[in-house]
Design a protein. Sequence first.
Length: 220
Amino acid sequence: MATVDDLIATTLRRLALPRVGLLWWHETAPKRFDAPPQATWIHYLAPGCVFPRELRPAYRLSLLSEPEEEASTLNMLVIPSARVELLGDLLEGLPVSPEGRLAAGCLGAGLPVLVDVSAIARWTAWKGAIGRRHRESMARLEELGCLLLGVGETKPLEADRTGGDLSEALLLEEPGWTSWGEIASRLGRKRVVRIRKGVRLTAEALDRLRSLGIVLKREG
């Protein structure tokens, strides 16, 4: 049984960790979430999202009177597989949905907001005026402060083991297991991940990188 001193030490240690919010819809909420210890993970469930028991702490956005105020409790917001409706709300500057207000509050507070837009990555290949408008919209999201993941990438993870700009690669060199949470905050718009000998990726990290079309390069 933990002593009072143990509980205090644990509390202080957790308070020193970054608090990262994760926004889930019913189609994206994972059945399990192996929380990396490097951060305190706060789960936000959009309306209609089933409440997975494994996600703790978790909050239903529909029950929050001012979702935008959650920004004051976070250091970062991550949005896996962002819905197009959310992106449209942010671009129009009139986010009325709870999830839109959460994201807008974080952007307004100057927090890093990582947005996975890989679901619409192929749209960047559209030609003509509509393609130009789409690319302009992606640029506007970045101007708002969004860090976009999966922009314009259609290649599968293992499609090209030799391509990619190594100068723009993310280098993973710490031996042992590396989680998606550790990668997401460092990935930015890099399209290549270099993996040194001894580095192992969790199943979630591999799945996320595959969905984003990231090229893996194993070294050593």
